[in-house]
Design a protein around this ligand. Structure first.
Ligand code: S3P
Length: 175
């Protein structure tokens, strides 16, 4: 029979505190589509909060759960999908995103102003990757990740000074 390929309408990536969840929800609302956040789905699947999962099983175990969840959702979720900040650093996720783009998908790199994102990431809490000197850790991760995010995304949206609604509008213009 005929095969029906379901793929997310858009995938949002970016640093911790960039506003992926907030803006992704707004974009989904504007499109009248469902929204999913990888971190929320992971917490549901493992039955634990992410910081507790990190503490108990460590980052490598988290990255495996994250990878499997994202690969599944890229195949069968029809809506706007925000990934956790570190997800696009996993090679299997990079490959899956490249395939998703080949199929016509949009990977949007939400490029927040570093100072704004860092402040939001610190204020938000619950981020084990920022344990210790949170600003220094955020900056180090940003240096490692920004070039990768630039490369794996096929849409880039700067959000400096924008409200979530304004940022969502800008994302909509790229879809
Ligand atoms: C992480 C970001 C978090 C979450 C986990 C690890 C990271 O998601 O997946 O704490 O490595 O940047 P947010 O980007 O939504 O904070």
């Amino acid at each position: 029979g005929e095969s029906h390929v379901i793929l997310p309408y858009a995938v949002i990536i970016g640093m911790m505190g960039a506003g992926k969840t907030r803006v992704g929800k707004e974009v989904a609302h504007m499109l009248g589509l469902p929204f999913a956040d990888a971190d929320v789905e992971i917490e549901r699947e493992v039955g634990m909060k992410i910081p507790a999962y990190f503490e108990r099983f460590g980052e490598p175990a988290f990255r495996e759960v994250e990878r499997d969840l994202i690969l599944d959702m890229l195949e069968d979720f029809d809506g706007v999908f925000s990934l956790g900040g570190g997800a696009p650093m996993t090679p299997a996720v990079q490959k899956a995103l490249a395939l998703y783009i080949e199929r016509g998908g949009k990977v949007v790199y939400l490029m927040a102003d570093p100072a704004e994102a860092m402040e939001r990431a610190n204020r938000g809490g619950g981020r084990p990757m920022l344990n210790g000197d949170a600003d220094a850790r955020w900056k180090k991760l940003y240096k490692e990740r920004d070039p990768v995010f630039q490369r794996v995304a096929n849409a880039h949206v700067r959000t400096r000074g924008l409200t979530p609604q304004m940022a969502a509008r800008k994302v909509m213009d790229m879809l």
